[in-house]
Design a protein around this ligand. Sequence first.
Ligand code: FE2
Length: 477
Amino acid sequence: MNAPTTLIGQVTNFENQPDLAGNLFPVGVEVDDVSLKVTGQIPEGLRGSFVRNGPNPAFQPTSRYHMFDGDGMLHRVNFNEAGGVDYSNRWIRSRGLVAEAKLGRAVYPGLSDVMNFPDASLVGDAGPVKNPANTHIIRHAGKYLALWEGGLPTEVSESLDTIGEYDFGGALKGSMTAHPRLDPRTGEMFCFAYSVFEPVIRYFVVSASGAIVHSAKIEVAAPVMMHDFIITERHAVFLDSPIVFDVANLGKGPMVQWRPENGTRIGVLPRMGSAEEIRWFEIDPGHVQHFWNGWADGDRIEFSGTRFEHPNFGIDPTAPLDETAGDDDPPYPAKFWVDLAAGTAGWELTDDLGGDFCRINDEFNGVVSQYRYMSSAIAPDRRLGDFDSIVKYDDTDGSRQVWNAGPTGHVGESVFAPNPAGTAEDDGWIINAVFDSATEGTDVCILDAHDIAAGPLARVHLAHRMPFGFHANWFSA
Ligand SMILES: [Fe+2]
C-alpha cells in the first residue's frame, strides 16, 4: 500500500471530544517553513534539530477520542548551518493511516473501543490495530525511530519521511517502550515491552550497531502498563506498579485499572541478566510514568521520577463525556532507593510542586547527575498535563529554579541541547515549544540551562501552531 505524498487533515470539530479541544485540536496540513522569525539571539553553538512527536488525528475519530489515539505527527525545528531556523511537520504514515487515507475516513477505533477491529476488507494488510507511532522520537545506530509502546518502532528519515515499521531485522516480534534508555558511554540501547494480555515484561538490549543482543522475559503480577524505566552502569531497574489492563472489562468500564492491593515492586536486573536473576523489592503502591535518571553506587541504587499516588489516565469509555479526561491530582517528584546488600528499598517525595516530562542532560543517563528538568503547573486552575512552567532542580543543594510562561503560556516537554563547547553538566540550552493561548501561536523557546529563571534567550516564532503533544528530542547536527 503506497503512502500518500500529501495528506490534508479532515478533522472538522471537537464536539463531545474533550481531547480535541483548544490546542489539542490537530493541524490539517504539512508545511515546510523557512527563515522563521526569531526574537533574541540563537546561541552560536546550537546546531541541530528539535523534533517533537504527538497525536494529530488526520480523520474525524469514529469513537470517543483519547489523546493517546491520534496519528503521530512529527514537528522538526531545525537550527541550520546558516544560523537560520526552518520548520517542517509530517504525519507518520502508519499502515493504518495509509489505509484510512485510501478510504478518506477513519476506520480504526480509539482506545475506548479498541477491540472493535475494522473489517479486514477495509484495511487489507494494515492489520486490526493502528500503530500511530505518536509518543516519542529517538535516534539510535543511525536510525530515527518514532515510538509507540503498543507496537513496533516506526523508522523515519531525518527529514521526517516515513520509512516503515522497524523490527531490528526480524528480531523484535512485539512492541517496544516509547522510553528506551540509551547509554551514551557504550552506545547501547535498553528497552522493554509490556503485554496487555499477559503478566510479562519483555526486556531487551540493542547493541551500539543496532542489533538485539540480549533479551529476558520477566514475569510480573498482572498485565501492567509500564511506561518508563531506568538503567545504571550495571542494572536495568523496573517499577512494577499496579496499573493493570483488564481487557475483559472493555466496553463495560475502564480497560486500565488502578489496583493498589496488587502492591508495587522495584525490580533490579543485571543489564545482561536472565529473568531468574531479577530481584524484587516491595514499596508503597504508587505509579511513575516518567523517570529522570538513576545510578548505582556500590550496593545502593538511587533513581528519581514523578510519582502518582492514584494514577488515572481517563481511559474509561463509560465515564461521562463532560468530565476531564483524567485525575486532577498530578504526579510529584520523588526519589527511590534500593539497598542490594540489605535487601531493602524505599522512596520519598522531594518536592510538593506537581509536574511531569522529566528530563536530564542525556549524556548522564545511568550515572550520577546533578540537574533535573520538569514541566509544571504553578497556576492552580490548570488541567492535568497543561503546564505553565519549566523547573530545574539542583540536587547538590536541593534548590530549584522556575521559569513561568505566564497566564496564557503552555509549555511542553523540555529538551536539553548540550553546548558542544561546554564541559559542565548544564552547559547547554533548554528547548521547549510554548503555546500562547492568547495569540494561538507557538514559540520554540531557548533558555540558558544555567539560568532558566531568566527566561528565553531566543524565541523562534513558528508560522504554524504546534498542537500539544508528547515527547521531544534534540538531534545535534
Ligand atoms: Fe512518556
